[in-house]
Structure formats: C-alpha cells, structure tokens
Design a protein. Structure first.
Length: 175
C-alpha cells in the first residue's frame, strides 16, 4: 500500500540537552508551538516508508511525495499569503520528536499535520504517537507546508537522538 507525503513530529517527556521541551497534553503550548493530535492517522501499518521521498530521519519520520521534489501549487493561500503544499507525515510509533521551521524563515513558511484541522505553526511537537494496532509500527497524518514561494525548506528535526536538518525541495531543488 502506498503512503502519501509524510512528515513526523514528536516531543520528549523530560527535556535534557538536545531534546525538545515537554508539551502540554493537547493544542498550542506556547506561541508558535503546537502538539500533534495522534488520533485518527490516515494510515497505519508495518514498514510504511518504502514509498517515501527519502526526505526524513531514518527510523523516525519521513515525508512522502513522488519525484525529486514536492510540487508547487499556487492558490489555497492564507491571510499572510502562504500557499498550502500538501504532503503527508509518516512517523514511527512511540518515538517523540519535534519539527520546526527555522526562526529565519518563520514569516515565509509554516507547517501543519494532523486529522483534526491543526492550524499552521512554526513548530510541531509529537509525544510519540501510539500504535493503533499490534502490527503497526508507522502512522501517517495528512497535512503539509505553507510557503510564500517555491524554495528548499530546511526543517529542524529534534529527538532523543539529537537534532538534524531535513531539506525539503518545495517547487525548487535543494543544493
């Protein structure tokens, strides 16, 4: 079964160097930070990243889209002029992490994933979504990125394993 474009986020139970801070149980925890509601993934199962773009952190999260870059689509702009670009977020179950747009790009890009109409944000945290079933080790959520223009979008992914940057080519190649 194919998986839609995917990106994953989670947070940690207790902060320590290199780990994101603990979020509140649901919703926005502080300005520009939002928790992913793990309810109702659009897909759950074993494996789950074989159809991804290869953009992500192995064993933790992935974005899935076909081709070398996420297609750019005009329209669907919010009040700030940011255009929605749909891509799914695949997450390994029970793995907390955080995904953030760099502070220098916050006026040009936001992210949003979840089945409960999450608002675009600069930072998304995930406590570690539980497995819906006994054989499920990956879950996928709908959503995507909101951007002012096509560009390579560097997303900062933090987990207990450290912090890394995942470059997402949105209508433009990444170097």
């Amino acid at each position: 079964m194919g998986v839609a474009a995917v990106l994953v986020l989670a947070s940690c139970d207790s902060p320590s160097p290199g780990e994101p801070p603990t979020p509140s149980p649901t919703g926005t925890t502080e300005a520009g930070v939002q928790d992913l509601d793990c309810a109702n993934p659009i897909w759950a199962g074993p494996g789950g990243t074989e159809n991804t773009s290869g953009r992500g952190v192995p064993g933790l999260m992935a974005l899935t889209f076909s081709g070398d870059m996420l297609q750019w689509h005009e329209g669907n702009a919010d009040d700030a002029g940011l255009h929605f670009q749909k891509t799914g977020l695949a997450l390994r179950v029970d793995r907390p992490l955080q995904i953030a747009v760099p502070a220098t790009l916050r006026g040009e890009a936001k992210i949003s994933w979840g089945t409960n109409s999450q608002q675009p944000t600069g930072t998304l945290r995930i406590r570690g979504c539980p497995a819906p079933g006994p054989e499920d080790d990956w879950v996928v959520y709908p959503g995507g990125v909101w951007m002012a223009k096509p560009q390579c979008l560097p997303l900062e992914v933090s987990s207990t394993g450290g912090k890394t940057t995942v470059d997402i080519p949105v209508g433009a190649p990444c170097p």
